[in-house]
Structure formats: structure tokens, C-alpha cells
Design a protein around this ligand. Structure first.
Ligand code: FEO
Length: 395
């Protein structure tokens, strides 16, 4: 995939990774890109690098535009190795170039690479004159490492936003509108839930700094860029997710050994829907946990259903709990149900776990011995309806 000119003098020179399927626990079924950008003005500036294995294609993309040895500045918006993995190669090739990062970024790059490079810390709001334009550095810590920052190019109104606003999508196309904005937003939301949501206060502070800026293009470090009117769509969705604005929908995640809990879930879903919440049901033994978290974190109601297994929670259901912790949200409206054969145990243990995580658990929970009969199924419908009404009435 050749380089792409995003705006006059601003080029995408990154690498496409078609094969990436997991990224720190986040599934990446569509692969990803490691975006790097080259700005050619009186000075030549490289923004971020790529993962080490993609160093050669990165160099080829740069060389198609400018002699890599002509690079004057290398900006590191984020020190994580998917954006800095080939910095050793880059800095060896351009020893005169100045490496720029936040103060924390300078430390972090040294801790990772021990490079002894020609590096300088930049201040929040500092501008770098590169000829016909001055790039502005906007500190944006904790998105999602402590050292992260944005770089803004006023000449093209482009925001280079590192991981924020990104998505794991490999593509030969560089803009969200070429791929379908809603499809890109779905992956963007997964990325947000997994990597950014835990730092949503920091995100909102960083977004407040963007308010005075004209932004024609958002150029993140992963996935497609956003341009024109679509920028507003991206920023509005991101802000809504960061404010944890709940959507009027429900998620039910379950697993079932012989189908009793599955039947309970089917009837409970009918009850939830009857109370006015569209519901999506996920079988945890067949579903992508990343997708469930992205769907659940801003849902009005989340129901977890587990049969009893060895006096406790069926392991595929228990495996969801650490994932639910990732967005660092407390106070979700959750409910529990499940079947048992003789002693029971899964539902009380689920409740204890969820309460310990700080969530609000609808009571009474619902259990059923083996398979529900007609009366049992009606109890499941009633449970789903009551849990949904409870969640909808909650502040
Ligand atoms: Fe894309 Fe935080 O690295």
C-alpha cells in the first residue's frame, strides 16, 4: 500500500498489519494499521513510527516522498512499541534529527530503548516552526499511557491523536468514509471500551483542549482517518462514551451446559424487550468478549446468566468478570439468573462478585431447578421485565 497524501504536504506513511488478531486481550478481527505521518515543509517531520517488524515498509513509504535522511524532527506522540518499535532504526538513519516527546515520553522512550538519542521534551501548547506552518503540541496524558500527547497542524487543520479516536482496522483505504463510518465506529467503540474508557476523565480534559481548534482531519495511530463532517460524528460519539451516557438497550451474556440456562435467557430476553429495551444476547462460549464489553459498557442493563458448575459459576461466565473490569466502570445495572441441578451456587456467587466490583445488582435474582416449565418460563419473562423496569427507573 503506497503512501497517501492526506492534505497538502501531509502524508500517511504507516504500515498495514493484516494478520493482527489480538492486541493485549482486545480481539482485532479486521487486523490493524500502525499509522505514521510525514509532514514536508521547510523542515521535514515524522510523526510516530511503527512496530519493529514493519520497519522496512515504513522506510519505503517515507522514501517515496522524501529522503529519510532529510528528516529534521521525529515526534513521538506515544512511546508504546507499536508506535516506536522502529525508532532505533529511524534514529540511527537520521542522527541529526531531534526526537520530540513529552517530558514523560522522553523518560519512557529511554526506559524502553536506552537509545541516548538527541531528544527534547516539549511543553503543553508549545509550537514548532517548520516553515510555512507551526505544529502545536497538546499534552493528553493517560490516553492511554502517562506520556501521550496530540500534535496539531493548523495549516491543514489535522489532529494527530495517537491511540485516541483510533480503531483496529487493516485497510488499503485511509478514510473512515471510504469504509463506512458506522462500521468504523463499531471498531472504534471496541477500541475505546478496551483502551481508553478507563481514562475517560483524562480524555474529556484532552477533548476540552480541542474545542477551540478547527479540525478538518483526525489522524489517529490505528485505523482510518476521519475527515470533513465525519469528524463531528467521531467526536460526538467519543464524548458520549466518555461521559458514560447510557443507551436504552440491554445485553444478556450467558453460557449453558445442557440448555436450561439458555431457555431461561430466551424468556428473560422477551421480558426485557417487553419493557422497552432492545436486547442482544451473547453465548459466552461462542462470542467475542471484546465485542460484549463494547456493547455492555454503555447499556442500560446487563444480565449475566450461569448454570451451577461444581457449586459455583460456570467458568465461561466467570471469565467475563475480568473483562467487565477493563473499562473501570462502577455502578452498572446488572442482574443475575441461572439454573441448577441440586445444590445451586452460581447465582449467589455471581451476585457477590458483581457487588464486590461496585455494580448495582437487581434483586431478587432468579434461579430455576433444571429446565423451566411453563410457569418457570413466565417467571423468567417477569424477571426480565422487572429488571429492565428497575434499570430504566434508576438514575
Ligand atoms: Fe497503539 Fe498504546 O499503542
Amino acid at each position: 500500500m503506497p503512501h497517501v497524501e492526506l492534505a497538502a504536504g501531509v502524508y500517511w506513511v504507516g504500515a498495514v498489519d493484516w494478520d493482527a488478531r489480538r492486541f493485549h486481550g482486545l480481539t482485532t478481527p479486521r487486523g490493524t494499521t500502525y499509522n505514521s505521518y510525514l509532514i514536508v515543509d521547510e523542515k521535514t517531520v515524522l510523526i510516530d513510527g511503527v512496530r519493529a517488524p514493519q520497519a522496512d515498509i515504513h522506510r519505503e513509504h517515507i522514501a517515496a516522498i522524501a529522503d529519510p535522511a532529510s528528516i529534521d524532527y521525529v515526534i513521538s506522540n506515544h512511546a508504546e512499541p507499536d508506535h516506536s518499535g522502529n525508532l532505533e532504526t529511524i534514529m540511527a538513519a537520521v542522527p541529526k534529527a531531534r526526537l520530540l516527546a513529552t517530558k514523560d515520553g522522553v523518560k519512557r522512550l529511554e526506559h524502553i530503548y536506552h537509545g541516548g538519542w538527541n531528544v527534547r521534551a516539549v511543553e503543553d501548547g508549545e509550537e514548532l516552526d517548520i516553515g510555512r506552518r507551526s505544529l502545536r503540541f497538546i499534552h493528553a496524558p493517560l490516553l492511554h499511557w502517562p506520556e501521550t500527547m496530540f500534535t496539531y497542524d493548523p495549516a491543514s487543520a489535522t489532529l494527530f491523536s495517537c491511540d485516541a479516536f483510533g480503531a483496529h482496522i487493516a485497510s488499503t483505504q485511509r478514510f473512515a468514509d471510504q469504509l463506512g463510518c458506522q462500521a468504523v465506529l463499531a471498531e472504534t467503540k471496541k477500541y475505546f471500551a478496551f483502551l481508553i474508557c478507563a481514562y475517560r476523565k483524562a480524555l474529556l480534559q484532552a477533548m476540552a483542549k480541542l474545542e477551540p481548534l478547527e479540525i478538518n482531519t483526525v489522524a489517529p495511530s490505528h485505523g482510518p482517518c476521519w475527515r470533513g463532517g465525519d469528524v463531528g460524528l467521531l467526536l460526538e460519539n467519543y464524548a458520549s462514551w466518555a461521559r458514560l451516557e447510557l443507551e436504552e438497550k440491554a445485553v444478556i451474556a450467558f453460557a449453558s451446559m445442557w440448555g436450561a440456562t439458555r431457555r431461561m435467557v430466551g424468556a428473560a430476553a422477551e421480558g426485557v424487550a417487553a419493557a422497552g429495551l432492545p436486547v442482544r444476547v451473547y453465548d459466552l462460549e461462542r462470542s467475542d468478549l471484546s465485542e460484549i464489553i463494547a456493547d455492555a459498557f454503555n447499556s442500560r442493563l446487563v444480565l449475566l446468566a450461569s448454570p451451577t458448575f461444581e457449586s459455583g459459576i460456570y467458568p465461561p461466565v466467570e471469565a467475563l468478570i475480568p473483562y467487565l473490569r477493563v473499562p473501570r466502570i462502577k455502578g452498572m445495572h446488572v442482574g443475575c439468573l441461572g439454573s441448577f441441578g441440586w445444590g445451586g451456587g452460581s447465582v449467589p456467587k455471581l451476585i457477590r462478585l458483581l457487588e464486590a466490583e461496585g455494580h448495582q445488582v437487581y434483586q431478587p435474582a432468579l434461579t430455576n431447578r433444571f429446565f423451566p416449565d411453563a410457569e418457570g418460563l413466565q417467571a423468567c419473562r417477569d424477571f426480565g421485565r422487572a429488571a429492565a423496569e428497575w434499570a430504566r427507573a434508576a438514575e
